[in-house]
Design a protein around this ligand. Structure first.
Ligand SMILES: [Zn+2]
Ligand SMILES: [Zn+2]
Length: 154
């Protein structure tokens, strides 16, 4: 009888131990899964960081070249924004006052600054704006009245 009770207790303990083992296995599996996801995330972040670092290095090189006055940065040369004013030959800049491309009635463009100084010359002052390239007269009197040519400033 005593043996029977003892073995009963033993079986119960064994049952508890097995359940405990299963629970531990489940927890371990979950932890491993979370760990793998974290590693994948880390890998992706590392890849992105690599790209950003490479781009940063490229920009740094361009900046150094510009500082040394070697050449305009490749990103400017290769971009369609390489369009330049035919008068001053500087590149147009959409957000710098006077450096923006203005298109005239003839279809030619020039930067705001050049158009302004060109049309302020004594021979042309007080008249409508003329094109420095073909002399065609646009029917306006101020540079601000000419539309911006965004096609040349992308
Ligand atoms: Zn110009
Ligand atoms: Zn023209």
């Amino acid at each position: 009888m005593l043996l029977c009770v003892e073995s009963d207790i033993l079986w119960k303990r064994l049952g508890v131990a097995f359940r405990l083992r299963d629970t531990l296995r489940r927890i371990l599996a979950r932890e491993r899964e979370a760990g793998e996801t974290a590693v994948a995330d880390l890998e992706e972040t590392r890849r992105q960081l690599h790209h950003v670092t490479a781009r940063l290095r490229q920009l740094e090189e361009e900046r150094e070249q510009m500082a040394l006055g070697w050449a305009p940065p490749p990103s400017v040369v290769n971009a369609p924004a390489a369009a330049a004013c035919p008068v001053c030959t500087d590149h147009y800049q959409a957000f710098v006052p006077g450096r923006e491309a203005r298109i005239m009635a003839c279809g030619h463009s020039a930067c705001g600054e050049c158009l302004d100084s060109w049309n302020k010359q004594p021979a042309r002052s007080n008249g409508p704006l003329h094109c420095p390239t073909c002399r065609f007269s646009s029917d306006v009197y101020t540079v601000e009245a000419l539309p911006r040519n965004f096609a040349l400033m992308q």
